[in-house]
Design a protein around this ligand. Sequence first.
Ligand code: ZN
Length: 318
Amino acid sequence: MKVRFQADADFLFSKSNFLFSTLPFPHNLPLWHPTMRSMSIMLMLALMTVLPAAAQQDTSETTRVGDDVYRFRYQNHNTFFVVTGEGVVAFDPISTTAAQAYAQAIQEAAPGQPLRAIVYSHHHADHASGAHVLQQAFGVEVPIIAHEAARPRLVEADNPDLPPPTMTFSDQTTLHFGGRTIELHYLGRNHSDNSLVALLPDDRIAFAVDFVSHDRVGYRELPDYYFPDFFDSLRRLQELPFDTMVFGHGAVGDKASIDRQIQYYDALRAAVEEAVRAGQTEDEAAASIHLPEFSDWGSYDTWFTLNVRAIYRWVASR
Ligand SMILES: [Zn+2]
């Protein structure tokens, strides 16, 4: 399916509708912190004037990854926005709190630009919550776009912080705004059954959330993963034409990051299949399997064993 979004003559946005929302960061002053208690009132007052900037630096960060293309990080979550000649296409709002900071970051990167669309990477609440906050901050209702399998889940969830998408697609759709092309690709079930990958083919930049990352093992026991579809999905991702990849967590990567993710999951799967063939229990496999070539990856020490257990349960259940 192809959907083409053009500038509408009757577009709802008007500058007078901008609701410049309250800044989130001054409310986050760490006055509760133990080290603060011993400080004098004078020192605390002095610090209060500088802490908001420091707190903001730690909490959130906007990184330019291409021409008018940005990654926005809020705590450990990343999202992605594209400034076009006709306004901004914003991906995951992350949370109601993050969405406030996200709106501010967009307005700083693209002053006076309207919001044109919100796109959910997938339906999980820790990435998709907060669309209404984003819309409120821009004083406009925009299409919320997601894969078609996300909609029934969010309708059923009936969560006011997580409004269901108003536009969905099945395999691929293309957004055209202000001379920019933003492709949304569905690569099959991987982490969730509705993850999409955004691709800017002219810029060779892509955005993928949760099912891949840059040199990190998978999240814990790979919750809401679909096997073997997940492995196919990684290969389909590898075939997309991009050089830069923004991930939902961690550092920005490239095509080689995806190659290494494939190598990791192939090695993990092969090791687990070998353990199952040898008659090992899940506990024995979790204790015996190591992949030293990936031991310097993020979260290897804490999550690798959990990854082994997740793959073991799938292999053993076949
Ligand atoms: Zn997720």
